[in-house]
Design a protein. Structure first.
Length: 389
């Protein structure tokens, strides 16, 4: 058993629709033929800005951008045949824990019928009780859609990496519309052992102080263990959230990918050694128990916990994230993932300045069927394993 089913976990803050565009020759021609314009603001407003970011993603890896309602309408018209699935950071993290045998409490600020009926048997906070998603429907709530471009590596076509690139029109997450019943329960260790959050990267700068509301719930002796996953998006909102959470000692563990480590922790390069040094300095500066950095080829953590505990957490996260790439029933995916080769990164376990430094190679699936939600799957499984060994 990777994680005991008795562990009580909450994940948030958002669940929404993801709709998928597979990048093929037709999409590539569209990108090539349209004029590109470098974005000038946090919110993309034109097709020209959108294709600029998409072409950049083919070389540097995908990101997540907020877009205007008008740009969403244009993309919606261009790409009508999209596969729609439930998504969002809170959903992806909750779903992988559900697949591992837990029944997490998951945040749903908006609860439209179609979204709730498509969700698994999560716990949903409704007043002072928990309900199933289909019992927590609110008719009239809006349905928000994140358009996800998924691409596989093919240098001959100008695609040098595999990954996904997300363009979202979503007032729920960009303006900080919260599920307050969720926050009331998820911030209290009478109900939850570990709370995993990812939301600040989606907040518009004008709404960055919505983080104060989350911190108010967590600022006290009753809070559970907290893992905060960063993300690429609004740098101003993320910087504010990181300072607020750490100033008020509301977080035990931080998670981010290698690009975010360069952006926010000022790693000098994407090499594991430089990322580890930046993570170590961040752990000291912010006073957190651990910092975890993940990429497509490795994962590392700097932690006050033991080397063995961290190695087990990272190994769990690696296997779970790799399993998700197969798009098969979960047990079957786990078995398939266990047979995957590792990247060429050399593992390392050592003590440095009183912290445990653990580095492991990633498992490599050369034929992935799923590319979205992998970071969330890794974040949820490794953080729970580390915080509740």
């Amino acid at each position: 058993m990777m994680i005991p089913s008795t562990v009580r976990v909450a994940t948030g803050l958002y669940c929404n629709w993801d709709s998928f565009v597979r990048v093929d020759s037709q999409v590539l021609r569209w990108v090539e033929n349209l004029q590109k314009v470098k974005p000038q603001a946090v919110v993309l407003k034109s097709l020209e800005e959108a294709v600029y970011t998409l072409q950049k993603a083919f070389r540097e890896g995908g990101r997540e951008f907020l877009i205007s309602r008008e740009l969403y309408s244009s993309l919606d018209s261009l790409f009508k045949r999209r596969e729609k699935r439930v998504g969002g950071n809170g959903y992806h993290m909750g779903k992988v824990l559900f697949d591992l045998g837990l029944r997490p409490l998951v945040s749903y600020p908006c609860r439209p019928p179609n979204l709730m009926r498509a969700s698994p048997a999560f716990k949903i906070a409704c007043g002072k009780e928990f309900k199933l998603p289909e019992e927590a429907v609110r008719v009239g709530d809006p349905e928000y859609d994140h358009i996800v471009f998924e691409f596989t590596e093919d240098p001959s076509l100008g695609v040098f990496l595999e990954g996904r690139h997300i363009l979202s029109w979503d007032r729920m997450s960009s303006e900080g519309k919260f599920d307050y019943d969720f926050l009331e329960h998820a911030s209290d260790r009478r109900f939850v052992d570990v709370l995993i959050l990812a939301y600040a990267h989606l907040l518009l700068p004008d709404f960055k102080k919505k983080t104060d509301e989350v911190v108010d719930y967590l600022d006290g002796s009753r809070r559970p263990k907290v893992h905060l996953e960063l993300g690429q998006g609004s740098e101003e909102a993320l910087t504010y959230a990181l300072k607020k959470f750490t100033d008020y000692h509301c977080v035990d563990s931080l998670g981010l990918n290698e690009k975010e480590c360069a952006d926010f922790l000022k790693a000098s390069s994407g090499r594991p050694e430089d990322l580890a040094e930046a993570a170590l300095e961040a752990a000291k500066l912010y006073g957190v128990d651990r910092v975890c950095v993940h990429s497509s080829s490795f994962a590392l953590s700097v932690s006050k916990y033991s080397l063995d505990r961290e190695a087990e957490a990272l190994t769990t996260g690696r296997l779970v994230a790799a399993a998700k790439t197969f798009g098969l029933p979960f047990e079957e995916s786990l078995n398939s993932a266990a047979g995957l080769p590792c990247s060429e990164v050399k593992p390392r376990k050592e003590k440095r300045d009183g912290y445990s430094l653990c580095l492991i190679p990633a498992l490599i699936n050369r034929n992935p069927k799923v590319l979205t939600g992998l970071g969330d799957a890794f974040a949820a499984s490794q953080s729970v394993k580390a915080l509740i060994p």
